[in-house]
Each structure stands twice: as C-alpha cells, then as structure tokens.
Design a protein around this ligand. Structure first.
Ligand code: SF4
Length: 372
C-alpha cells in the first residue's frame, strides 16, 4: 500500500494583491477560475496515496467561485482519505460567505485558517488588505455559527506604522476571539512587491522593536493558554497544525495546483507557476511539473535539521537514526556541542531543540547544519 501523505492544494486567485505579498497569487484572473478548477481536479484525481491531511492555501481559496468549488469537490470526494483527516482551508475576511462556508463543511473541511493580520483598520489599509476588522469578526462568528471548531488566525508583526502597543492590542483582540491556533509572522520585504518598490517611504519598526514584538507574542499567548510549538506557531492543547508538522518533520507531501511543491520519496518537484501555462500543461501532458531535484542523503539530513529545529520540540534522535541509520552525534556532534555550550541548544531525552535564545538567532544556527 502507498504511504499516507499530506496533500497541499493551491488556489492562486486573489481579489487584490496585498502590498507585501510575493506568494504565487494573482488578481484579475477570475476568467480562468473554471478552467483552473478543471485542471486542478484532474491533478487531484491522480493522487492515489492515502491522505492524512489536506491544506488548501493560496491565494485566497475562499475567493474561488462556488462553481469552481463544485468541480474540485468531485475530485476531493474520491480521494482515499484517512479517518482522522485534518482538512484545512485558508480564507480572507470579506471573501467568506455563508454559502461557501456551508459548502466547505459539507466537503469535509474541519479547520479554517483566517488571515486577519492586524486589528487596526488603518494598518490593514496600509498592508493593502481588502477587509476591515469588522469584516474579520463577522467572518469568524459566521464560521463558529456554522460549526467550525478549529480555527487559526494569521497575524503579522513588524509592519509599517505598527507600534508595539498596536501589536499587543492585535494579540489581545485575537485572543478574545478564542481561536484554537494563532500564527504570528514577521514581515519580510520581498523583491517585486509594492512595499519593496516603495521601501524608502515605509516607516518600519526597528530591529529592537521587532525583537520585543516576538517576545511579546510568546508572553501574551502563553498567558492566554497557547503553547508555542514552532517559531511562528502557537496552539491550544492538541490543536497544532498536523499538516505543517509534516513539512517540519520531512515527511512526504504532494502539492496540486499552479506553483505547488511536492516532496515524495526524497524527490522535490514544483509545478508551473503561471495559471494559463499550468492549465495547458495539465491538458497536454497530464502534469505541470517544471522542476525536479532528487535530494541526496546529505540534503535530506540538512533539511531534517533545518526544518526540525523550527519546532520547539526540535528533532528526535531516534527519528534521525531511523531515517539515516547513523547516530546524530556522528554527523552533527561538533555543531550540537558548540551550541549546547552557548545555551542555544538542549539535548534532553530523545530530543534536541533550540532554547528561546537559540530560536531568536535560529537562522545563524541553522546555517551551521549545512554539511560540506
Ligand atoms: S490575500 Fe494572501 S495570497 Fe492574496 S495577495 Fe494578500 S497575502 Fe497574498
């Protein structure tokens, strides 16, 4: 029997492009929605593995028309899903309608991820978001009323014109809504975005303020019953996102849709990013793969460490041995010892993990796990 996998499904449509966004998402492509849904359904129907988690991301999945969803649902219904499937869909306030939410519930979705980003209308406007705080609250309450009992909120910090006080208020307002999961990401200015083109006019928080925002996140969320389990992710007990844990544990996943990435049996591949091209390739060849790389054993070890150390629990020494038939200390002994002495890494029981001070400088530490 095929291994159980996680399935990522990409919906590349957005009503408007946010000023900071470099995700493979597009506005003004609504006329392609139906053809895209058909091509995507074909790709989904090729997945024969048992599926343990589904994550529909984007783009704005909730922006796709119900006609489009009706087409995709037929392919999703035929998947070989495991009984305790975690099935997440992302959406933006303002694009949730009652009809769509009920449709998703019927399709088996049992987890929603809502991009609220900030709880101040002026900050939302300056990010280029299409919704207000009130839109968010309405969407959230609508989802609760329809019976969604597992909801994540995405929040951003380090954004233009945001004070520490603003950010604290955002966290406190988020906690008041009592979601099961909260993700807090710091803004990164990416090339090609409106923010990048207008960088000199942006009033960004200092590095010190950003550090304080990160520490505030941990403090406020911990006091409100959310445990940090990954650099940017916090959840109530047993509400971690199982789909994302697959990525951080270097387990297999299949991506369907334009620009979607896959990692299957040590091979990494990616689909065509352009929506038209994606549709064409699926029609002509039955797949839209444009890049494929077979990971070496060394690549896999490095990725196992980089990804695993993002988790607060870190990596399991036993898992490392199971995957690579080597004691982790015979490969990474010097690096681990070096960071243990600096109090950035702890080795306890079966786990090796970063301390809070280690997490703050995680990028530097991770680069030391590259093998030459
Ligand atoms: S809604 Fe999400 S994917 Fe779409 S432009 Fe904004 S940040 Fe990007």
């Amino acid at each position: 029997m095929e291994e159980a996998v996680a399935l990522y499904i990409h919906i590349p449509f957005c009503k408007q492009k946010c000023f900071y966004c470099d995700f493979p998402s597009f506005s003004g492509k609504e006329s392609l929605m139906i053809d895209y849904a058909k091509a995507l359904s074909f790709e989904i129907s090729q997945v024969k593995n048992r599926v343990k988690t589904i994550f529909i991301g984007g783009g704005t999945p909730t922006y796709l028309s119900l006609d489009g969803w009706n087409i995709i649902k037929k392919a999703l219904d035929k998947l070989n899903k495991m009984e305790n499937l975690e099935f997440t869909i992302e959406g933006n306030p303002g694009s949730f309608t009652e009809d769509k939410l009920k449709f998703f519930k019927d399709m088996g979705v049992n987890r929603l991820s809502i991009g609220v980003q900030a709880m101040q209308d002026d900050i939302l406007r300056s990010l280029g978001r299409i919704h207000t705080v009130e839109d968010f609250k309405n969407s959230f309450n609508m989802a609760r009323n329809i019976g969604f009992d597992n909801i994540n909120l995405d929040i951003m910090f380090g954004v233009p014109n945001q004070s520490l006080k603003d950010y604290e208020n955002t966290l406190k307002e988020a906690v008041k809504m009592n979601p099961e999961h909260i993700s807090c990401y710091s803004l990164i200015i990416e090339e090609g975005t409106k923010f990048c083109n207008n960088l000199k006019n942006l009033s960004l928080p200092s590095e010190e303020e950003e550090r304080l925002m990160y520490e505030t996140t941990i403090k406020i969320l911990k006091n409100s019953g959310y445990e940090q389990y990954e650099i940017s992710n916090y959840s109530k007990v047993n509400k971690e996102c199982r789909h994302n844990l697959v990525y951080w544990s270097l387990e297999d996943y299949i991506g369907c849709g334009s620009s979607a990435h896959s990692y299957v049996k040590g091979s990494r591949y990616r689909n065509e990013i352009d929506i038209n091209e994606y549709i064409l390739k699926i029609k002509e060849k039955g797949n839209a793969k444009v890049e494929e790389k077979i990971n070496t054993r060394k690549n896999n070890m490095e990725e196992f460490m980089f990804l695993g150390l993002r988790k607060n629990k870190g990596i399991s020494k036993e898992d490392f041995y199971r995957k690579f038939k080597l004691d982790i200390y015979s490969v990474y002994g010097n690096t681990i010892e070096k960071y243990k002495k600096l109090n950035f890494i702890v080795d306890k029981g079966d786990n090796i993990y970063l301390t809070q001070s280690g997490l703050q400088v995680s990028n530097n530490i991770m680069s030391d796990f590259l093998l030459d």
